[in-house]
Every structure is written in C-alpha cells, then in structure tokens.
Design a protein around this ligand. Sequence first.
Ligand SMILES: Cc1cc2nc3c(=O)[nH]c(=O)nc-3n(C[C@H](O)[C@H](O)[C@H](O)COP(=O)(O)O)c2cc1C
Length: 152
Amino acid sequence: MKRLLIVYASQTGHTLQLLDAFCQPLLPLCAELSISRLSAEAADLDDLLAADAIVLATPENFGYMAGKVKDFFDRTYYPAQGKTEGLPYLMLVSAGTDGLGAIQAMRRIACGYGWKEVLPPLLAQGEVLPQHREQAMELGEMLAAGMLVGRW
Ligand SMILES: Cc1cc2nc3c(=O)[nH]c(=O)nc-3n(C[C@H](O)[C@H](O)[C@H](O)COP(=O)(O)O)c2cc1C
C-alpha cells in the first residue's frame, strides 16, 4: 500500500481547514492509500522514510514556514540524506496577505533533500474561502490519483 505523509502546523486552524479539504477525497481510498496525518512536532524520521509522498501544510509566520515545520526539517535532514531523493511533495500554505516566503523557503529545503514538487502549491491568503477548499480537494484528488497509478 502506498503511504502518504502529511506534516502540518496550524495555530488558529486555517491551515487545518485547507488540510481537511485536501484529505476529503482521500477518505474513500483508505484501502489503497495509507495516510499519516501528523503535526510537525510528532512527525519523525521513521515517518519520513516510510513515505511515498509528503504534503507540507503550514501557515506563513514572519515570512517563513511555521517553526514546528522548520524543526521537522532540522531533525530529519541529515539522517534522511540520500534516502528520500525523488520523494514527491506538495505544499499547502495559509497566510494573512503573502505566503511566498514560506513557499520559497520550503522549496529550497525540499530541493536540499532532493524531493520533487509534483503539483503546484496551494496558497490561501486571508480567510479560507470555498474556492480554497475546492482547490485543496482537487489537489488531494490529483496527488492520490498520481500515487495510485504510479505516476510519481
Ligand atoms: C506570529 C505570526 C506571524 C505571521 N506572519 C505572517 C507573514 O509573514 N505573512 C503573512 O502573510 N501572514 C502572516 N501571519 C498570518 C498567518 O499566516 C495567517 O493568519 C494564517 O492563516 C494562520 O494560519 P493557521 O491558522 O493555520 O495558524 C502571521 C501570523 C502570526 C501569528
């Protein structure tokens, strides 16, 4: 069974709203796709090494990813070196007005691991709107479909 790791942080629930929408189309696939949805402080190296794809979901804080997500990278970067190359990933970002700093920073770090960004990031600025939820659901569908047909 393919395994999807979701690593997230959320202080006021906006990123979680995106994540809930993203996960909605995955629920009927639980017989074919194992999903580990973990807060960034709970996720560890074993979770990462077991993953066939990873979703990084975070608010933008001070022009960067949440500190807990950065800490996940700090804890896993060296021990994972050479072991996760080519891992498909995508990003979900909730931000007040911007979000590009968080996206750029995660992209740079993911590049260091050798991961492959397989779908464009979802950036929701301000309140999470129905259109953001729809986009998140579409991304969930596309990521799962790509994993199940072996596209990535
Ligand atoms: C400490 C802090 C720093 C923030 N910095 C930024 C920022 O640099 N850029 C931005 O667009 N929004 C910023 N915001 C707003 C959050 O990104 C936004 O409220 C987001 O939706 C929160 O998501 P969450 O509810 O999942 O924590 C910041 C919020 C906090 C609490």
